[in-house]
Design a protein. Structure first.
Length: 209
């Protein structure tokens, strides 16, 4: 009986340690990325290093809390591919309409190959890994005791961090202030990273046209 109680206490203590690690890592990852942007060290190697350390923290936090599901452990999204195909088409149509409206207030400009590389590859991949994949995985662990509101809290944290990131970029556009909440919802509902990543790439492409 004493051994059973001791094992339970150790397991509970380990889970709490995992939650504490997730919270600390979440704060550290976001703060580091903000500092890199704020100090104009927006180089792919610097931010890729943050992604690598973030993935390590996610793995350690999940192992400590006995959670087996991990960011890359599945391809098929929750709710099924048919559901997300319909939602994606609807979102694409809404985005086309929104872009047409927003472009009326913006002068067209020439885009370099470097611009397209950053817009369609670098920024979407880095930002989705950090602000959806890593931040939300850590958030789901840290805020797990708030069972009723954990989803809303995690989506709010991810979306707000994404909006503040674009303030730090100096790119305070309406889609950047709102888009993070939408992409966070997609990731939370689907539990796969490729869906919000593909939405992000498509949205950037439309906005850059």
């Amino acid at each position: 009986m004493e051994n059973s109680n001791s094992s339970t206490l150790k397991g509970s203590s380990l889970k709490e340690s995992g939650r504490a690690l997730a919270g600390l890592a979440l704060l550290l990852i976001l703060a580091t990325d903000f500092l890199l942007i704020w100090n104009h060290h927006d180089r792919w190697l610097s931010r890729a290093s943050v992604v690598v350390f973030g993935l390590l923290f996610v793995h350690l936090a999940r192992a400590s809390t006995y959670q087996s599901h991990f960011l890359f452990s599945r391809f098929k999204p929750e709710k099924g591919l048919k559901y997300w195909a319909i939602v994606s088409v609807g979102a694409a149509i809404a985005s086309l309409i929104a872009v047409q409206i927003l472009n009326r207030f913006q002068e067209p400009s020439q885009k370099s190959s470097e611009f397209w590389k950053h817009t369609l590859l670098y920024y979407p991949f880095i930002e989705e890994f950090l602000y959806r994949g890593i931040a939300m995985e850590l958030g789901m662990i840290f805020f797990s005791p708030f069972k009723r509101w954990s989803r809303e809290i995690v989506i709010f944290v991810s979306g707000s961090a994404f909006a503040l990131l674009h303030v730090a970029y100096g790119n305070v556009a309406p889609e950047n202030l709102v888009g993070g909440y939408i992409l966070a919802w997609v990731f939370y509902q689907s539990r796969v990273l490729w869906l919000p990543l593909s939405w992000h790439v498509f949205g950037n492409f439309l906005r850059a046209l």
